[in-house]
Design a protein around this ligand. Structure first.
Ligand code: ATP
Ligand code: MG
Length: 215
């Protein structure tokens, strides 16, 4: 039904925003599933600049997060990566992401912003929330550990958000970082190239490799 609703002559662009520190299979499955269900022509992954909600912890360099996103998506012909958020100075706000992509892709493109259940609940607290729903259709995907029901959407403009159940992968970037720091494997939680990139760049150093007063 979602695919049949596609309007002829219009390009359907999914937008997957995230910190991607690191990108993992939960992100990739969510994007793939939305792409199939919504008949998207492309999904563009957009690593954030300075994540204003995540100032309290050190976030990896934008260039490392960008390169990991490129590595993880390279094999999928419908997946691409955009630098709009990491190249824009200052904090990242989704309303700016969507405005920049709309300007870059032109008027024949429909945007579908893909977001996990945890983020859907916060949408109304985002800057420019009044404008967000005019820029894109929102697709809220299920995420293990985050209950989401139609009631959560009751206060959002009718028809502006679609909930979609995706294959459940209980993976988070936080858990992946914690595992690397604890010297536990992250094989099969993230693409192989990401395991290798993290090791090569020494991201998320194990606790015992840091000076004692760094802990
Ligand atoms: P962190 O633990 O650092 O917050 P994360 O795993 O939540 O990382 P983000 O980069 O914050 O990853 O997430 C980007 C988007 O992907 C968000 O909309 C988030 O809800 C969604 N997402 C992340 N992991 C999953 C998952 N396992 N299943 C479905 N959606 C997910
Ligand atoms: Mg998150």
């Amino acid at each position: 039904a979602l695919a049949r609703a596609a309007r002829p002559g219009r390009y359907r662009l999914g937008v997957m925003g995230g910190t991607f520190d690191p990108i993992h299979h939960g992100h990739l499955v969510a994007a793939s599933e939305v792409a199939a269900k919504f008949a998207l022509d492309e999904v563009v992954f957009v690593p954030t600049g300075v994540p204003w909600q995540k100032r309290d912890r050190g976030v990896s360099a934008a260039e490392d997060r960008y390169l990991m996103t490129v590595i993880a998506t390279a094999s999928n012909p419908r997946f691409t990566v955009s630098r709009v958020d990491i190249d824009r100075p200052g904090d990242t706000f989704t309303v700016d992401t969507l405005r920049d992509l709309r300007a870059a892709r032109g008027p024949d493109t429909d945007l579908f912003f893909i977001t996990g259940a945890d983020a859907v609940r916060q949408i109304l607290t985002w800057r420019g929330a009044e404008d967000l729903f005019g820029l894109a259709h929102f697709v809220g995907v299920t995420r293990p550990g985050v209950p989401m029901t139609a009631d959560d959407l009751a206060h959002l403009p009718p028809g502006s958000v679609t909930l979609l159940e995706v294959p459940a992968l209980a993976i988070s970037s936080t858990a992946c970082r914690d595992r690397v720091m604890a010297r536990q494997p992250i094989w099969y939680l993230v693409p192989d190239g990401i395991v290798q990139y993290i090791a090569k760049r020494g991201l998320y150093p194990p606790y015992d490799s840091k000076a004692p007063n760094d802990r």
